[in-house]
Design a protein around this ligand. Structure first.
Ligand code: FES
Length: 505
């Protein structure tokens, strides 16, 4: 069976622009069927294309051929093959980069070795010199062996993952891989799916789903008792079972903020980390029996009491959740310390690890449009990065967006407080671009600066969804500018940030 690729996948695979592929289609040199091209046709149309690593591509083709026979349902097949293809292309690129880097080191080492040889050594130092030479040769030998094993192990892990049971949810048609060491619920959440659940330990029945095909195995005791009718229809609890074959489940998922109930959860402070002069990252842990259900991009009320003065009323503030719903056990918040706010001061001066912190919410509709086929642009001003980080991590876990571009704007170097994280996304993901923008904190300057970057990097915004977390008056100014650059109004999403550095009019 020949491999079908989307135009973007094909372009990435052979290292040409999407436009080059479209040109071949217009010239009738390449056939397109339902938005895909066949790998062998692609090779004929681009005989001189340089594959980043032919051995890996061949492995991918062979692997696809063998693995596809395992797939029972043709529709599901497409989704998983695409997902694996993206991973292999990414690995392929990493492998090429690693090889280049290794070659450079090898040259350096050869040069060093030659310098050693050319050294004039007198007889009294000869033994010492030979010892160093033996050690040096051994170290190079060991290093080479390590470098060789890493990418192969990585490929094996990807293949193992592909062979794990696949779960399809209906009616959403979302798919995820079920790891045997996890419950179905844990695997679904890790994959970024907003499935319903409550206690997470087999008591409440909120995670129940109808098993339409395949087999599951119970991994945890469950107290919830199904009615006779539920039993005969094949209902299971996703928090107490794991898949042992490919399965199909019928269950509802939250698609908008109205589907998420308001919750009150007492969490424990896990970590407070000062990541810059102006920002602390607060991490809280939710109890296993009461994880927070939320959608990426939402915010929540945090309430905490001083440990020093028990008589004092709780201090309350609202912050965006900076982590992904795929990590419901640990929730992250970015707290600006420069702001003269009682909550920030208490976190900075008096917070103790394991102290109780109450969450009420979530709120807000600044959430990802998961049905949209568009590429994504995210814009954050200062600590507006918190909801944007949550959205980006969620978008990554869904693996749906063709490209993701992040613009993080601020006026001070230290306010790019998680710059390393953004750069690591940029380096590790072939469809992710990070642009760091520094400019004066004035509304018109910020707007001009952003629009200039967008004009230079995107000729129009017709096929994009845009998410911006910035002060309200800046959002107001940006919307018509962005629409005039081709984006549809319904594809723009704005969040007014509550805290952080102000932008002056
Ligand atoms: S989440 Fe309560 S029974 Fe599964």
């Amino acid at each position: 069976m020949d491999r079908h690729l989307s135009l973007s996948q094909a372009a990435r695979l052979i290292g040409v622009k999407r436009g080059d592929i479209q040109k071949k289609i217009q010239e009738n040199k390449l056939t397109v069927m339902e938005g895909t091209v066949v790998l062998s046709d692609l090779k004929n149309a681009f005989p001189d294309a340089i594959y980043e690593d032919n051995t890996m591509v061949e492995k991918m083709e062979k692997f696809m051929k063998d693995a596809v026979h395992k797939m029972a349902q043709s529709e599901r097949e497409g989704a998983h093959v695409d997902s694996l293809s993206r991973r292999i292309v990414r690995l392929n690129k990493e492998l090429s980069e690693e090889r280049n880097r290794a070659d450079q080191f090898e040259e350096l080492i050869d040069g060093l070795k030659q310098k050693f040889m050319d050294l004039k050594i007198n007889a009294s130092h000869e033994n010492t010199f030979n010892e160093i030479k033996t050690w040096f040769n051994m170290a190079i030998h060991n290093l080479k062996e390590e470098q060789l094993t890493t990418p192969i192990e990585s490929l094996e892990n990807q293949i193992k993952q592909f062979m794990l049971p696949h779960v399809r949810l209906l009616p959403s048609r979302h798919d995820f891989i079920s790891d045997k060491s996890e419950t179905l619920l844990e695997s679904a959440l890790r994959s970024g799916l907003a499935v319903d659940y409550g206690c997470n330990n087999g008591k409440c029945g909120k995670c129940k789903a109808k098993l339409l095909s395949g087999s599951v195995e119970k991994t945890l005791h469950q107290d919830y008792v199904f009615s006779e009718s539920e039993k005969s229809q094949g209902y299971i609890l996703t928090c107490s079972n794991t898949a042992i074959t490919d399965i199909t489940l019928e269950t509802e998922e939250a698609v908008c903020s109205d589907d998420i109930p308001l919750q009150t959860i007492i969490t424990k402070v896990k970590k407070v980390q000062k990541v810059s002069d102006n920002v602390m990252v607060l991490t809280v842990k939710t109890p296993r029996s009461q994880r927070l259900r939320f959608l990426a991009g939402q915010h929540i009320e945090l309430s905490i009491k001083s440990q020093e003065d028990k008589q004092q009323a709780a201090v309350i503030a609202e912050y965006s959740i900076a982590s992904c719903p795929c990590e419901p056990a640990n929730l992250e918040f970015h707290i600006p310390v420069s702001a003269d706010e009682p909550f920030a001061n208490l976190i900075r001066d008096n917070l103790k690890i394991n102290q109780n912190l109450t969450l009420k919410g979530p709120h807000g509709s600044f959430v990802l449009d998961e049905d949209s086929p568009n590429s994504l642009i995210f814009v954050a001003w200062d600590t507006g990065f918190a909801p944007i980080k949550s959205l980006i991590e969620h978008a990554m876990s869904l693996e749906q967006a063709e490209t993701i571009h992040l613009y993080w704007m601020t006026s001070k170097v230290e306010n790019h407080y998680l710059d390393n994280l953004c750069r690591s996304w940029n380096d590790a993901l072939d469809n992710f671009t990070y642009t760091r923008i520094m400019c004066e904190a004035k509304t018109d300057v910020v707007a001009d600066s952003l629009m200039q970057h967008i004009h230079n990097e995107h000729s129009h915004l017709l096929n994009f969804d845009l998410y911006i977390a910035a002060p309200g008056h800046l959002n107001h100014l940006l919307k018509p500018l962005l629409i005039s650059h081709g984006i549809k109004a319904q594809n723009t999403h704005f969040e007014s940030i509550f805290h952080g550095q102000e932008v002056q009019d």
